[in-house]
Design a protein around this ligand. Structure first.
Ligand SMILES: [Zn+2]
Ligand SMILES: [Zn+2]
Length: 352
């Protein structure tokens, strides 16, 4: 069997290298765990919790002929798909909520080799029902963003006799008087694909809290990047080791807490106008940097992770380094930002 085991008192964490599995969605170990806790002689009253980071049926659809992935017309994100009660797949943009029909043919090459990719909660639930003949309860994080909703959701879980819960996120606090027998991360590389300096910390914290806060003794962690340090330190429950390596990286590249970060965002419906505005501010900032001799600071312009949202193009200017706040005090007195339509985050904690 393909896994590495980490044992901490009565807790066992199994890290599975998904690049070595024949089935890239569900590992042999996960299947064995599901069979044991859903069907075996000791399955009575057992509870399983699966973390799936996508809502709906699939992340999107892809053309297997030309590789095209249909995107929302107003936002630069793939259209995700969910299954309606009638069983048809409907598309929706998770940002602006615009709806789309399932494409019969590829809008780029005209072939019909279109299929869903990336498993969402509905697809995982469907697979479990088919394989194990039990109906999972799906809980999507969007519905638990206030104390009242958390309470109702807990009632829903406690009043449901399903053996298996599928979540899109972890709850920040453990559920009182509620024990899980197996917790599965379907794809533990949750945050790692986001191009931000603090993704490793977020990934580490998410896993570390799952392992330490919740009442559960068996964890299966499926990952395509088992050598990634945030993942390994989390499995070892080694907070000190993680921060030593994380802070060495941030110190070298002057990311917070060793440097300061300011993110300036500009949005416009006309792409060329956005470029013009961003470039002229960028030049002004470079001029001021030179004039006040603040070279221990890096200034660069870059598109954010989502380039277009609600029909508006977006671009960032990022200032990073030791003197960013002092520099911004100067900039405020010299340039009138608000008139120019820039949104400024002077204490930014993220660069995307
Ligand atoms: Zn195509
Ligand atoms: Zn959209």
């Amino acid at each position: 069997m393909n896994y590495e085991q980490f044992t901490h008192w009565d807790k066992r964490i199994f890290l599975v290298d998904m690049t070595k599995e024949l089935d890239h969605n569900f590992s042999e170990l996960m299947k064995r765990g599901l069979a044991k806790y859903l069907q075996g002689p000791s399955s009575k009253g057992k509870k399983i919790w699966i973390i799936v980071n996508k809502k709906g049926f699939s992340n999107g659809v892809i053309c297997y002929d030309c590789g095209h992935i249909p995107q929302c017309k107003r936002c630069s994100v793939p259209i995700s798909f969910h299954k309606t009660p009638a069983g048809t797949l409907m598309g929706m943009c998770h940002i602006c909520k615009m709806q789309y029909l399932y494409p019969e043919i590829c809008e780029e090459c005209g072939t019909s080799k279109i299929a869903p990719y990336g498993m969402g909660t509905q697809q995982v639930a469907e697979w479990i029902e088919q394989e194990y003949h039990v109906k999972p309860l799906i809980i999507e994080s969007e519905t638990v963003n206030s104390p009242g909703k958390v309470k109702r959701m807990l009632e829903q879980i406690q009043g449901n006799d399903s053996h298996i819960l599928i979540w899109t996120a972890l709850l920040a606090q453990p559920i009182r008087d509620y024990t899980f027998d197996l917790l599965i991360f379907l794809n533990a590389d949750l945050w790692l694909n986001i191009p931000d300096y603090n993704v490793n910390e977020r990934n580490f914290q998410l896993l570390y809290e799952a392992f330490t806060k919740h009442s559960c003794n068996n964890f299966v962690v499926q990952s395509m990047k088992v050598d990634q340090f945030s993942l390994r330190f989390a499995c070892k429950l080694d907070k000190e080791g993680f921060y030593e390596q994380e802070y060495a990286f941030r110190k070298q590249f002057l990311y917070p807490p060793f440097g300061e970060l300011c993110v300036i965002l500009y949005k416009d419906e006309i792409e060329s106008k956005m470029f013009k505005k961003v470039d002229s501010l960028y030049q002004e900032l470079l001029y001021l940097q030179q004039k006040y001799d603040m070279q221990e600071m890096e200034i660069y312009a870059t598109p954010p992770m989502i380039y277009k949202m609600f029909g508006k193009y977006r671009y960032n200017i990022i200032l990073k380094g030791k003197e960013v706040r002092n520099f911004m005090d100067i900039v405020y007195t010299k340039l009138n930002f608000y008139k120019k339509g820039f949104k400024i985050d002077r204490m930014a904690e993220s660069i995307v």
